[in-house]
Design a protein around this ligand. Structure first.
Ligand code: 26Q
Length: 825
């Protein structure tokens, strides 16, 4: 309601209702008598969209007029989730919508649930981009996101007979949140060849000619800030055939099929999101996607800069471009190409501009996730870019040679071109060389990149180029929206949501009430209600009844060996065996537990799929074992995504963040769980370490080996005598006896540990994992102490707001300032 006096707010519920009715009757051409929930969702969204558009236009005008520096966040993934609830809350009109809809005969919750998630991302990296957009707008930074408008987002996961089945996610049927800009197009060139000409002064210019052209069309999505009129823009590019390309010759001569084929080939570029998470697969179409998106975005950025008629050297004063991982690294090469080939700048002047403009965020140290493209493929698709990459590398290596003349080995180690068979372009090295700052996403991770994979570059460029910016999450979606009960309880101590959600350190005020019995009771009631909500959801989707009084133990994230869902399910099997060995009397005394899993496996990731199968197989045995009853339930929730996370996370008692030390760059769900009043069991990895520092080590269940010991343990597992933990051995024997179905189906998971060196150290950490789980049970039994831990933890989580994180980027990397909106208009 803070927008009430803004032109963009609704003037009360009556006006809102009028607008909804108008959209039903005119935009949707339906009568109110035949308005179902789908239509009510559509009309409500359109009514809110109309509100957003007003401030969106104003914000863009304000930014154009101020002509101050803008941030461009380039990401191949934006995992936005639903927009309607977020729009209602951010512009402060949810109450109006609630009462308006109720007069029309609908419940606002039901209407919100009609929306299909915008799932243009895999996991952490894509969701981080979405949280950053929310913070950029909420903090009034002039910022744009640039991405691809995939026709199919991340696949929908179904579990059939315990196996993952992938179903396409066609999400664009009705999307009120995007605005096609058919007048904003860029023609993008591929293939062809390079010719050089020399002018009278002897200056050589390269011309990239021929090849094929594909048209990029802009689709804009408004990004409303929370409790501010600022509304930023997310521009997503869609590919279509360029007019000259659609073969009218073929069409006229009756060869419709192949003329349509050309069109389809163009549309293929933005057709589908690659479903790999933390794995690089060198497919040509992926490289085409990258260049298509990067070239269109840069053309757009340069076009905007040119309108200001400033000299080129001022480009970095106007433009900061953040590369979300190496996926947009070609932007570095493309800007250099624009400056030297099209704008006629000297190499050195151009390169200075490029380096000052770009900065790069690394999200992984896993070697299989570090992007490389074969020189042959780049040469074929982007011949001019390959030449420029070679020149960048040449000048870079010459500089290294000058500064480190005695270190010959260094040159081949740091070369952007890996001299392998075939030769490869190392995208991370290109990104480092072309940027002024490189950041990791949590302290341990930033230390690791400085001392391992990018060590030589620290020597070459000095330590100041490498910084840490610990990830954050938006408390608007991940507290206020997902957990309204907890948000209002917090507000009773920390002040208005409009206040504390913009300065999350104010959470510390609730610590003063940690011993207040009424507050503690209300706290427990909120958690129980959230658990009941999840129990209802579990019942409705799986048919399984779980008790909300049980300890809810949750691990939801992409399935990956390094995240060690296999260790979790082995632990569950151990618990099951222990329960089976007890007498019925003993069993009655144990604290009931519900183990909840969720997450997608990349379709080609065989081991990840095996893990999903084992979880489901264990579930069907345990859940149907009459000896066990409520003492243990194992649930796999299908199709984990952002909107499901909003139900699952607030209901957790304990969540698992148990990656092999040194492998999870940060993790962001760890932050979401603690912020929602759940505790975590985790390894000393990623942001778990900083969470521990903030909330206190008495409030977290840490276990396992440390990152610094991983190399030695791996060496020992492979070359020394590899003794399997006895409890784990017992678990393996039961799996192999066929208790959970055909033992053969799970052989890969067992032999990875027993025979193939246990790369992820499951056996090495298993004992301390089980011990720590026992400690969790004991601690939960003391509910009073448990609630104290939860309240204290939430109180100390302010640091993990993505607002803090964005302010660090703005200050240390982008050098941009907020642009305050004029709130009196
Ligand atoms: C690369 C090449 C070809 C195809 C796909 C990819 C690809 C796609 C997605 C590679 C990596 C990703 C995603 C990585 C990711 O989500 N990383 C996570 O980033 C989070 C935000 O920083 C961290 O919190 C997580 O620790 C990290 O795993």
């Amino acid at each position: 309601a803070w927008l009430k006096n803004q032109a963009s707010g609704f003037k009360g519920k009556d006006q809102f209702e009028k607008e909804v009715v108008r959209h039903v009757e005119t935009t949707l051409a339906r009568s109110m008598f035949n308005c179902d929930e789908t239509a009510a969702y559509a009309a409500t969204s359109l009514a809110f969209r109309d509100r957003l558009v007003i401030e969106w236009n104003r914000t863009q005008q304000r930014q154009t007029f101020a002509d101050s520096k803008r941030v461009y966040y380039l990401s191949l993934e934006f995992l936005m989730g639903r927009a309607l609830d977020n729009a209602m809350l951010n512009i402060g009109e949810k109450e109006v919508a609630k009462s308006g809809l109720s007069e029309l005969g609908f419940r606002v919750e039901d209407i919100i649930q009609q929306e299909h998630d915008a799932a243009l991302g895999n996991g952490g990296l894509g969701r981080l981009a979405a949280c950053f957009l929310d913070s950029l707008a909420s903090l009034n930074f002039p910022a744009w996101g640039y991405g691809l408008r995939y026709r199919y987002g991340i696949f929908k996961q179904e579990i059939i007979d315990g196996y993952q089945v992938e179903v396409p996610d066609y999400w664009l049927d009705f999307n009120p949140w995007e605005f096609p800009r058919h007048d904003v197009t860029v023609d993008i060139q591929f293939y062809g060849n390079v010719n050089k000409t020399t002018d009278d002064s002897g200056k050589v210019t390269a011309h990239w000619e021929g090849g094929e052209t594909v048209r990029a069309v802009a689709y804009d999505v408004p990004i409303p800030g929370y409790a501010t009129p600022s509304t930023n823009n997310l521009r997503l590019w869609s590919s279509q055939a360029a007019s000259g390309e659609f073969d009218f010759q073929k069409f006229n001569s009756g060869d419709y099929e192949s003329s349509v084929g050309d069109q389809q080939r163009a549309e293929t570029i933005s057709a589908v999101l690659y479903p790999n998470d933390n794995l690089d697969r060198g497919k040509e179409l992926r490289l085409k996607q990258q260049y298509f998106w990067v070239a269109a975005s840069l053309y757009d950025i340069v076009r905007r800069f040119k309108k200001s008629k400033r000299p080129w050297r001022e480009f970095p004063d106007q433009v900061a471009i953040q590369l979300n991982d190496t996926h947009p690294t070609l932007a570095i090469v493309e800007l250099q190409r624009i400056l030297i080939d099209l704008e006629g700048l000297d190499w050195d002047d151009a390169w200075n501009i490029v380096q000052q403009t770009f900065s790069y965020t690394n999200h992984t140290v896993l070697p299989e996730a570090l992007e490389k493209w074969s020189v042959g493929l780049v040469q074929h698709l982007l011949p001019r870019h390959l030449q420029i990459i070679y020149d960048i590398n040449l000048f870079f290596l010459q500089m290294v040679e000058r500064n480190f003349p005695k270190d010959r080995e260094m040159l081949s180690r740091v070369s952007i071109i890996e001299e392998s068979q075939p030769k490869m372009v190392r995208m991370a090295y290109l990104a480092i060389v072309g940027s002024h700052k490189v950041n990791g996403v949590a302290e341990l991770h930033s230390d690791l990149i400085r001392t391992t994979i990018f060590k030589d570059f620290v020597t070459i460029f000095g330590p100041d180029k490498f910084v840490n910016v610990t990830n954050g999450i938006t408390p608007r979606r991940w507290l206020h929206q997902a957990n309204p009960g907890l948000s209002s309880l917090i507000a009773s101590k920390a002040g208005d949501p409009e206040h504390y959600l913009k300065d999350l350190t104010l959470l510390n005020k609730i610590e003063l009430s940690v011993n207040d019995p009424a507050f503690r009771k209300a706290w427990a009631e909120v958690k129980l209600a959230n658990k009941q909500r999840l129990a209802d959801y579990i019942k409705s989707t799986t048919g399984i009844v779980v008790s909300p009084k049980a300890l809810f133990d949750v691990q939801v994230k992409r399935i990956h060996e390094y995240k060690r869902q296999q260790m979790n399910i082995f632990g569950v099997i151990f618990r099951y065996l222990k329960l089976k060995s007890m007498s019925p009397e003993e069993r009655k005394k144990v604290l009931p537990r519900v183990s909840i899993f969720g997450g997608k496996a990349a379709p080609g990731y065989w081991m990840a799929k095996q893990i999903i199968h084992l979880i489901n197989s264990v579930g069907s045995v345990v859940n149907n074992d009459p000896d066990i009853g409520d003492a243990l339930k194992v649930i796999f929730l299908e199709d984990y995504n952002v909107s499901k996370a909003e139900i699952i996370i607030p209901a957790s008692d304990i969540s698992e963040h148990i990656s092999t030390a040194g492998t999870e760059a940060s993790g962001t769900s760890n932050m979401k769980f603690v912020l929602n009043g759940g505790l975590i069991i985790g390894t000393c990895d990623g942001a778990n370490i900083e969470i521990t520092r903030e909330i206190g080590e008495e409030n977290i269940f840490l276990f396992g080996n440390l990152a610094e010991d991983v190399d030695d343990l791996r060496h020992k597992n492979t070359y020394g005598d590899h003794k399997i933990d006895p409890s784990l051995d017992k678990v393996f024997n039961v799996i192999q006896s066929g208790t959970f179905g055909n033992a053969q189906d799970f052989q890969g998971m067992v032999s990875a540990v027993r025979e193939h060196g246990d790369f992820y150290l499951v056996s090495d950490d298993f004992h301390s994992y089980l011990e720590t789980q026992e400690l969790v049970d004991k601690s939960y039994a003391d509910q009073e102490l448990w609630i104290t831990k939860c309240i204290t933890s939430v109180a100390r989580m302010g640091f993990f707001s993505s607002d803090r994180c964005i302010n660090e980027y703005a200050e240390e990397i982008w050098n941009v300032e907020p642009l305050q909106p004029d709130t009196n208009n």
